[in-house]
Design a protein around this ligand. Structure first.
Ligand SMILES: C[S@@+](CC[C@H](N)C(=O)[O-])C[C@H]1O[C@@H](n2cnc3c(N)ncnc32)[C@H](O)[C@@H]1O
Length: 332
């Protein structure tokens, strides 16, 4: 399992970039960018080197943590997956590329595409001293047209990106990404809207022959009914610079995210269930909301079932856990 915290090399590169920049100016820029996002805007608000750095300081730790958690989940389900090359679509400051490089030591070539000049320059500046990311090739331009000429890659990723494009374009982009690979990972914010994008894209690509590797233990329709939605949470540590730029008081944050990892080959045996919320550990029993291969289940694990209870005590939100067969699914 890869750590959700930024690798030391990336932290040092960000700190190096911050030298000579005012932290309060960076905090002001980060606040403006985040207000733009909350108001439904996109990364078009990031125009200068200072904006790009402010964005990266404020958001890279959390997006890195979410992508890492998703990659860890994928690697757990497919332990033999050893991609050699990566295509990072809407790569921005290179967050998903850094996360994938840490998660898969097999990766050697990294192709990135993005329309934003300031973020691309920052990404290239951050890898200058990196031996690991020395084979990075970063093209600037509109994702779908660049994808048409891109080389196929073992892993294609888009992190916190598809929310920036229109619905019709999201499907076209998903198809273009899928056409370039056997394995695709898409990560979005853990909001109802982020989940809705993930689930629509999931269904669309299943219709084109994809199979779900994670988080779902099945390729069927999502059993959650609105207003419920599937999302996960990853805790990450905040550095001093991160706290200053976010005007934060606690040294950690919890990033909520939704994701889907799709693969061309059917996932063989599905012996796991996905934990959909932090289990409730009571004196008499543990209650856990699970997505199982047969549907949604609110599992109750009584203390008297000693071995199962001991296993369930270790369950965390987002884990893939062994099926205990304790309760019947509540829906299919
Ligand atoms: C919120 S940022 C996320 C960046 C990066 N993936 C990360 O996780 O940190 C969204 C990125 O998508 C890029 N983007 C949005 N629409 C795009 C398009 N049509 N073509 C290329 N890049 C696009 C933006 O320029 C921006 O860098």
């Amino acid at each position: 399992m890869t750590s959700p915290d930024l690798p030391a090399e990336l932290k040092a590169a960000l700190d190096g970039k911050l030298r000579g920049f005012s932290r309060s100016d960076a905090a002001g820029r980060a606040a403006t960018i985040s207000k733009t996002y909350r108001g439904g805007g996109n990364s078009g608000a990031i125009r200068t080197e200072a904006d790009a750095l402010a964005y990266a300081l404020a958001r890279m730790p959390a997006t890195y943590a979410a992508v890492t958690a998703s990659l860890n989940a994928l690697a757990e389900i497919r332990p033999d997956f050893a991609p050699k090359n990566l295509l990072d679509v809407g790569a921005g400051p290179g967050t998903a590329t850094w996360a994938a490089a840490e998660a898969f030591s097999s990766l050697q070539d990294f192709a990135l595409v993005d329309a934003n000049d300031a973020l691309r320059s920052l990404a290239l500046g951050l890898v200058t001293d990196s031996f690991r990311l020395r084979h990075i090739d970063y093209e600037r331009g509109e994702a779908r047209s660049l994808l048409a000429n891109a080389d196929a890659a073992d892993l294609v990723m888009a992190s916190y990106m598809i929310g920036e494009i229109s619905e019709a374009e999201q499907w076209a982009l998903a198809e273009a990404m899928w056409a370039k690979t056997n394995d695709t990972l898409v990560v979005e914010p853990g909001t109802p809207a982020g989940y809705a994008r993930i689930i629509a894209l999931r269904e669309h690509l299943i219709g084109r022959g994809a199979h779900v590797a994670a988080p779902c233990p099945h390729d069927g329709r999502c059993p959650l009914e609105p207003p419920d939605w599937c999302h996960f949470s990853q805790r990450l540590q905040r550095s001093r610079a991160h706290m200053q730029v976010k005007s934060a008081e606690v040294p950690f944050e919890d990033e909520r995210f939704s994701y889907v990892a799709l693969t061309r080959a059917p996932v063989e045996e599905r012996r796991f269930s996905r934990v959909l919320a932090q289990p409730d550990i009571g004196k008499v029993e543990i209650s856990a909301k699970l997505c199982t291969p047969d549907g949604l289940s609110l599992a109750k694990i009584p203390r008297r079932a000693k071995a199962d209870y001991a296993s369930a005590r270790r369950w965390r939100w987002g884990d893939a856990v062994e099926r205990l067969n304790l309760s019947r699914p509540t829906s299919d």
